[in-house]
Design a protein around this ligand. Structure first.
Ligand code: B12
Ligand code: SF4
Length: 511
């Protein structure tokens, strides 16, 4: 069968800071190819919609599969599916990925028959079965598959992550993937899932709080196959298990693999296992993202981060000592006024770290989607990208964006200050001489992307597809029974999961 896998276009953030390969889709496409299909992969973050239209018309795929990891891409994917259906009436069209796994029925409804099935959960093992079944025979009986006729049993976790290494050769234009000056940059996965349960995050609800590791051999085999000099580790929380991190480090050293790495982890994991980060710093770990999220204890409790401001600040000290450059994120509540933004700016200018600000956004699949008592001000999927306010703002909306963008601009200038700029300029020039211009372009893209007027105007656009609002949940009996004082109700964790925790493969790990 001719099968086309499609990654939708990149969101705001990616125009400035980073653009990364669609690792999940490469793994799923690899599984389809191993099952004997003729496979192509098109990433619309690096190709244009015109390339998609041409491929559909010229290659005439018999199946088209879209990845939908981000809610903000829902309208785009539905429109592309509708286009495909008009051109190829018999084509099997299905969608899978992180976000769509939480809202399969509503996406099928919006698509009005253009999408045959939504595949919930991990796609590697089920996709060959979906392709073998085709559009006319019982898709709705397969695990995790939802069609307009009904849905199959709960999705199954992949038995062995080692068996599905990504098909990196399928995509093309790999020189377009970068993060900051790690240009070009590939992505690699050592572990999957997260045992914590932060109230604003859907990583744990997707994987049923499971945490699994690729074997050391498979991790290193994949890393060794990467041609790029830089690697983004996509693990939700890197090096939770220090032995695993150390064993991979041993193997990397033995094989003489030298790369520059970027990873994401938690402050308490860094404090608990500094030796593994120190080891990786020697192997080339130069950037780290720490999920700090809030500066005060009360807010950390609301997010259920299970850490304290002191621990967070201690972790920043450790990273500085190790010589690892740290980027952190703070979540701005739409209720913030000028004073709160001022406080954040003041703090952020004092610390040497790169500070990013995103907007608190309840998503389907997160706990706060059900418990947030404030009413959503929009149901436009495109605005659910953590850069827009979807909850009522205390400041007039435009003022809120002015404060947000002012903060982002100050922080952007801070980490691209004159001395850094001189250094960055030099790096950019060296990369440009090698034909790598992503980092260079990103240096002056900021103001065209982060723009208060543009963000405000996004709210005035007509809404073609609207999200289904959350179902009301029973109110918490006490204001602190729920995740925090903003709680409007309670929700059982087992109602949130895509992959239901099992005792064998997915035993929840105690953090
Ligand atoms: C790496 C990562 C990124 C990378 C993106 C890499 C890329 N090109 O996809 C970067 C850093 C760019 C990024 C950015 C953002 N991210 Co992000 N990201 C992640 C992270 C940590 C891991 C994703 C990953 O690679 N996993 C490993 C691969 C193997 O898994 P996967 O992609 O999910 O694919 C599997 C399944 O989803 C499924 N699948 C995927 N596609 C398909 C297609 C078909 C047909 C089928 C059948 C199955 C299938 O099968 C795959 C294999 O099992 C996840 C957290 C998580 N655990 O998922 C957050 C996560 C997905 N990101 C999130 C967010 C909010 C964002 C941003 C909006 C944040 C921001 N600060 O602006 C941006 C927007 C990005 C954009 N589109 O432009 C949220 C999503 C929330 C939501 N529901 O929309 C998550 C869940 C994190 C969280 N804390 O909640 N992200
Ligand atoms: S630790 Fe990170 S990945 Fe895990 S639930 Fe919290 S925010 Fe999500």
């Amino acid at each position: 069968m001719r099968v086309l896998f499609v990654q939708p276009s990149a969101l705001m953030f990616s125009e400035v800071y980073l653009r990364l390969e669609p690792l999940g889709l490469e793994r799923v496409a690899g599984a389809a190819r191993r099952a004997g299909h003729e496979v192509r992969l098109l990433d619309l973050a690096v190709y244009s919609p015109k390339d998609f239209f041409t491929l559909v018309d010229k290659w005439q795929p018999q199946a088209v599969a879209f990845s939908l990891n981000y809610f903000a891409n829902v309208p785009e994917v539905i429109d592309l599916a509708k286009f495909t259906r008009q051109r190829l009436a018999d084509c099997l069209i299905f969608v899978g990925g992180h976000s769509v796994s939480f809202v399969p029925e509503e996406v099928l409804e919006h698509a009005q028959g253009a999408i045959d099935a939504v595949v919930r959960g991990e796609g590697e093992e089920i996709t060959p079965q979906v392709l073998a079944t085709g559009r006319h025979g019982g898709l709705e009986q397969l695990p995790g598959v939802v069609t307009r006729l009904g849905s199959g049993p709960a999705p199954l976790l992949v038995q062995n992550l080692d068996e599905h290494l990504p098909a990196r050769d399928l995509g093309g234009r790999r020189h377009k993937y970068f993060i900051g000056h790690l240009d070009p940059c590939a992505s690699v996965e050592f572990t999957r899932g997260c045992p914590w349960d932060c109230s604003f995050c859907s990583a744990w609800t997707f994987y049923g709080r499971s945490y699994r590791k690729l074997s050391v051999e498979a991790s290193v085999e994949d890393l060794a196959a990467v041609r790029e000099p830089n690697v983004f580790l996509v693990d939700d929380v890197a090096f939770i298990k220090p032995d695993h991190g150390m064993a991979i480090a041993d193997a990397v050293e033995k094989r003489g693999i030298r790369k520059e790495y970027y990873l994401e982890t938690r402050a308490d994991v860094l404090l608990r296992n500094p030796e593994v980060f120190e080891r990786w710093a020697r192997l080339g770990l130069s950037y780290m993202f720490l999920g700090i999220e809030a500066l005060d204890e009360e807010q950390l409790k609301i997010f259920r981060k299970r850490t304290t401001p002191n621990k967070n600040f201690e972790a920043l000290d450790v990273a500085r000592r190790l010589g690892i450059r740290v980027a952190i994120n703070i979540i701005a509540d739409p209720a913030w006024d000028e004073k709160r933004f001022d406080h954040l700016r003041e703090w952020a200018l004092k610390v040497p770290e790169i500070v990013h600000v995103t907007v608190q956004t309840p998503y389907p699949g997160t706990e706060i989607w059900h418990t947030e008592s404030r009413k959503l001000t929009t149901l436009d999927y495109r605005l659910f990208d953590v850069q827009h306010a979807v909850l009522p703002t205390t400041l007039p909306l435009k003022r809120f964006y002015e404060e947000l963008v002012k903060t982002q601009a100050i922080l952007n200038r801070k980490h691209l200050g004159w001395s850094v700029m001189r250094q960055a300029g030099w790096i950019a020039l060296k990369l440009a001489m090698k034909g790598q211009t992503n980092f260079l372009r990103s240096l002056w893209k900021f103001s065209s992307v982060f723009n208060a007027e543009r963000q405000y105007q996004d709210h005035q656009q007509p809404v073609k597809y609207a999200m289904r609002p959350p179902r009301p949940h029973p109110p918490a009996s006490h204001p602190h029974d729920g995740p925090g004082h903003a709680c409007g109700g309670t929700v059982r964790h087992d109602e949130l999961y895509v992959h239901v925790p099992l005792t064998n493969t997915a035993a929840p790990v105690t953090p």
